[in-house]
Design a protein around this ligand. Structure first.
Ligand code: FES
Length: 80
């Protein structure tokens, strides 16, 4: 078969997933946002301090108020 390349269903689903939580502390961004600042959220939950993979997203969340992001959101370059 030539032409369109189609991802397997699982990979296609992964590409549509949003980043909306700190997996290390198992807390959603919407919950973490309620702490008001990144520093308070980190102090209370430890979010963003283990693998730090979510840290740019947390910074973007507190800057924008949004709580779910594309994995490759171009704005992340400003919050790395
Ligand atoms: S996913 Fe948030 S510190 Fe690992």
């Amino acid at each position: 078969m030539q032409g369109n390349i189609r991802l397997p269903a699982k990979e296609e689903a992964m590409s549509e997933m949003k980043v909306d939580r700190c997996e290390c502390v198992n807390r959603g961004f919407a919950e973490l946002k309620a702490y008001g600042t990144l520093e308070e959220a980190q102090r209370a939950t430890g979010c963003g301090q283990e693998c730090e993979g979510c840290l740019p997203y947390l910074k973007l969340m507190f800057a924008t108020g949004e709580t779910a992001f594309e994995v490759d959101d171009p704005r992340l370059a400003d919050y790395a």
